[in-house]
Ligand binder design. Structure first.
Ligand SMILES: [Zn+2]
Ligand SMILES: [Zn+2]
Length: 387
């Protein structure tokens, strides 16, 4: 079995003609730039492009297939050199029953299915060109359609406070919204990790996925997983998520949850840190509280520890969090050592310290060992290294 680095949640900022897809996404986040960057700078072997339903994005894929730069894998996915692209779509479900909005990730085996899926979706949402659109249907209807088409269905960043399954504070169980048998994995989101998520017993049979939810090139692979598969294709990914024939996700790499934007409960107005029970800010008096992921999970807690099959979750500190490591030094590191993945996990201290200032080399090593001090994030503000 081979090992592959996989990040399944990358947005498209603009199409090849410059039209917005993820409006808040970077202009440089085009399909062509993403696949170049994911392969050469980040060192990934499989990426999920989560705005593949957008017609102009599919046109760009088709033109790359025509020119011979990309081809369709017979087992699903598009192949660009040693990178496989999985076609996905992030959608927002919203109806009276589901207490939405809730984000979900849907993946299709090939371009043909994605085209059909996109056509079907277009009558349930306002603008098929755009990312993360609200679809006016229940979770169950969407799940069934995805499954009929041979796709994968994964609830996205399940604990984040505004647009997720558990985060909004109403749903206590995924069975309130979804058919539990039609779920292929659970995406953890930046503010939680395996140990936190496994405090919900109902999640124990699902594979956890850790993805970047990148809205810019730099953020690709800030979370990812290692998949054991025979080859990088859609069919193998499906097996890995369902832990069949020896295929599996064998490690999750993600931010220390303290670095996530919604780890702690804070006042929505002044971001003052609050206790889990606080209804009113003791600093500014505002009654708007943004519940942190850590406190939300405590409310839902039904289990103490992870199931025995659960792979390790390895905390990582992406290079952009290292104080003093600006774009110039980052480029130098990537030029020298090939990819961010190599710098984060493999390059020895001696080599790092010959390339960047000793202070930064030391910080990368401390981050690798998990010994940096972190100040927790909350209310939409990332945590940071407090040195
Ligand atoms: Zn989302
Ligand atoms: Zn997203």
């Amino acid at each position: 079995m081979n090992r592959y680095y996989v990040d399944l949640h990358i947005h498209i900022g603009r199409t090849w003609t410059g039209k917005p897809v993820k409006i808040t996404g970077a202009k440089s986040l085009t399909f062509t730039n993403i696949i170049e960057h994911a392969r050469h700078v980040k060192g990934l072997q499989m990426v999920g492009i989560i705005d593949s339903h957008s017609p102009e994005v599919m046109e760009e894929m088709e033109s790359l297939i025509k020119s011979g730069e990309v081809y369709e894998h017979p087992e699903g996915g598009l192949v660009f050199g040693d990178l496989t692209i999985i076609l996905g779509s992030e959608l927002e479900i919203y109806d009276e029953q589901c207490n939405g909005p809730i984000h979900v990730l849907c993946f299709m085996p090939a371009l043909k299915e994605m085209k059909e899926f996109s056509r079907w979706l277009s009558s349930y949402l306002k603008n098929i060109q755009l990312s993360s659109q609200r679809v006016y249907m229940t979770g169950l209807v969407l799940q069934r359609r995805v499954k009929e088409m041979g796709g994968l269905f994964i609830p996205a960043h399940v604990f984040t406070p505004f647009k997720s399954l558990y985060g909004k504070g109403v749903n206590r169980s995924l069975t309130e919204v979804f058919d539990p048998n039609l779920i292929d994995g659970i995406e953890l989101g930046l503010s939680s990790d395996t140990q936190m998520a496994d405090q919900l017993e109902e999640l124990h049979h699902y594979t956890f996925v850790t993805n970047s939810d990148a809205h810019s090139l730099a953020k690709i692979a800030r979370e990812y997983q290692v998949a054991a598969m025979e080859e990088p294709s859609f069919a193998e990914l499906q097996k890995a998520l369902n832990r069949e024939d020896g295929r599996a996700i064998i490690a999750n790499y993600g931010l220390d949850p303290l670095l996530g934007k919604y780890h702690k409960t804070v006042c929505a107005k002044c971001l003052n840190l609050l206790g889990s029970e606080d209804q009113i800010c003791d600093f500014c008096g505002s009654k708007k509280v943004i519940k942190g992921v850590a406190d939300r999970i405590l409310e839902l807690k039904t289990a103490e520890s992870s199931p025995s099959w659960r792979p390790p979750y390895i905390h990582q500190v992406p290079l952009e969090f290292i104080p003093g490591l600006g774009p110039r030094l980052l480029e130098k590191l990537i030029d020298h050592f090939g990819s961010e993945m190599a710098v984060l996990h493999e390059v020895p201290y001696e080599a790092l310290s010959q390339t960047v200032p000793v202070k930064i080399a030391e910080m990368i090593m401390k981050a690798r060992e998990g010994t940096v001090n972190l100040a927790a994030g909350g209310g939409g503000k990332y945590g940071k290294i407090s040195e």
